[in-house]
Structure formats: C-alpha cells, structure tokens
Design a protein around this ligand. Structure first.
Ligand code: T3D
Length: 271
C-alpha cells in the first residue's frame, strides 16, 4: 500500500510501501532548499518514522532535478541595515536535530541523491547510512562561496569519509564533485545510472527492511560510536551489543534457517 501525507504541494511527501518509508523533499522549483515549512514537515515525518516499529528502512530523496540545495537563501536576504538572522539559532533549531535524528534512528536510512546536493543538502545526504547517487548528481560544499562554514555535520563527516586533504579542498573551494568521484573517494556507497537510481534505491531499502533490522540498528550504533571510542571502549561496546543481538528472535531465526538450509524470515523485533 502506498499513501501520501499532505497535499500535492506539501514540502515533504511520505509514502509507505510495506516496511519501507519513502520521504521526498518536495520544493523542486527551489531545488528542494529548506525553508521553515520544509524543516517542520521533515522533522515531523522523521520523528514519526523513528517511533514506528513497522517501518524498518527509510529512503530519503528529492523531487525534480535536484536532491537539496541546502538553506533557502531567499529567506536570508536582508535589507541594508536590517537585523541579520541568527544562523546559529537556525542550525540549533533545525539542522542539528535532523542530523542527530538520522544518526540515532534505530533503522537504516538510505539516501538516493537524484541531482545536485549542495550546502546542508550535501551533508544531510552524507549523514545517512547508505548513499546512492545518480551519475549526473553532484555534491557541493557550497558554504565557502557565501562566507559560511560547512554545517549539518559536514566538518565531522567529511574528513572521516574522504580524509583531511580532500575535506579541506572540498570545503575551501566549494567545487562540485561528481557522483562517480564521490564513490571513488569513499564518500558514498555507489553511483548508478540515472535511469536506475529509483529502482536500485527501492531494492536496497526493501532488502534492508527484510533484514534483521534490530541487528542493523546495533551495527549503526557501533559504527557511529567507533569514531569517538578507544579500541578498548569499542571492544566493550561490541560485547554489550553482541549480547543484545544474541537475544533477538532474528538471531535465533538466522541460526535455525542456516542449520535447516532455508531462507530466514526476519521480523526486526528486539525481543
Ligand atoms: O541559514 C541558515 O539557516 C544556516 C544554515 C545554512 C545551511 C546551508 O545550506 S548554507 C548553503 C546554502 N546553499 C547554497 O549556497 C547553494 C546555492 N545554490 C547553488 O549554488 C546552485 O543553485 C546549485 C549549485 C545548487 C545548483 O546550480 P544549478 O546551476 O544547477 O541551478 P540554479 O540555476 O543555480 O538553481 C535553480 C533554481 O533554484 C534557481 O531559481 P530560478 O532562477 O530558476 O528561479 C535558484 O535560484 C534556485 N535555488 C538554488 N539553490 C537555492 C535556490 N533558491 C534558494 N535557495 C537556494 N539554496
């Protein structure tokens, strides 16, 4: 069953197909850049999805020719002499909670980058667990062009994904990087032909939604915490998570199916 929340012009569309929730950024005439309405709608959609155990994988993408051009700059133009907006407040209220939500959501979040991903749009994509991108898509750390700092976790995730030198180059020059280069640099999972992006992203989301999804949530937590943990702390964490994973019905099912030489049927239940 597929359902659409909100009117056709809603800034965010949410479609359910089985255990997959597809979330579409829907301001195509502005390359899906963020205004407050879109922030609010995306927050509500992602929070509802995070709390819904029947959703076992999330697919985030954009409507039209772009994925997301970051902040809507039309909302940032001020008349000479007028008070400037507090961008820290905007980051604190909208962008940071979104990145934290994606990173801590106990289910895989796949991003299908269908076109340009710029500014916060690029870093929201990179915050997702797996990123597929159309070959024609580009990633742009656009911030330096307007005197800003990469946000939405960009300064954290970029050096980890592509290394310090490339992170500096991308952030200082604000040059676009093509999807294939992003894949070659390890910034994203895969670049695919434009015509195949939607189908490949849905297939991946369906595959993960049918996997032992609580186990995937524990993997997500372990990988996230590994970037700040010492090896000792990480070994302890792996022990604790393995104890939890080993008590799930999906582990019992996986072992039984292996022994019985049949295909496992996982539920994603915690216990
Ligand atoms: O402010 C805060 O709250 C702090 C947080 C900030 C987070 C940020 O994301 S800051 C960075 C903001 N984003 C940018 O600086 C990117 C600006 N856009 C571009 O550099 C280019 O548009 C792109 C590289 C993304 C795409 O280029 P191109 O040539 O493919 O498309 P275009 O012709 O530039 O854009 C198409 C339309 O979308 C155009 O409108 P028009 O002329 O057809 O009416 C353009 O104005 C509009 N558009 C694109 N990006 C934005 C936008 N409108 C508003 N805000 C945008 N960010």
């Amino acid at each position: 069953m597929s359902e659409t929340a909100g009117a056709v012009s809603a800034p965010i569309l949410v479609e359910r197909d089985g255990a997959v929730a597809r979330v579409v950024l829907n301001r195509p005439d502005r390359l899906n850049s963020f205004n407050v309405d879109m922030h609010r709608a995306l927050r509500a959609a992602m929070e509802a999805i995070a709390a819904d155990d029947s959703v076992r994988a999330v697919l985030l993408t954009g409507a039209g020719r772009g994925f997301c051009a970051g902040q809507d700059l039309a909302d940032r133009a001020v008349a000479p002499g007028a008070a400037r907006p507090d961008l820290g407040a905007s980051v604190d209220t909208w962008y940071n909670p979104l990145i934290r939500l994606i990173r801590t959501m106990e289910k895989p979040v796949i991003c299908a980058v269908n076109g340009v991903a710029a500014g916060a749009g690029a870093n929201i994509a990179l915050a997702c667990d797996m990123v597929l991108a159309a070959r024609s898509a580009t990633f742009v750390q656009a911030f330096a062009k307007i005197g800003l700092v990469p946000d939405s976790g960009g300064t954290w995730v970029l050096p980890r994904l592509v290394g310090e030198a490339r992170a500096r180059g991308l952030a200082f020059t604000a040059e676009p990087i093509k999807a294939e280069q992003a894949e070659a640099w390890g910034m994203i999972w895969k670049a695919v032909d434009d015509a195949d992006l939607a189908a490949e992203a849905v297939a991946l989301a369906e595959r993960l939604a049918a996997a032992p999804t609580h186990g995937l949530a524990l993997i997500k937590r372990a990988l996230f915490l590994s970037s700040t943990n010492t090896l000792d702390a990480q070994l302890d964490l792996e022990r604790d998570l393995q104890r939890e994973a080993g008590s799930t019905p999906d582990y019992a099912e996986g072992v039984a199916a292996f022994v019985e030489k049949r295909k496992p049927v996982f539920t994603g239940r915690k216990g």
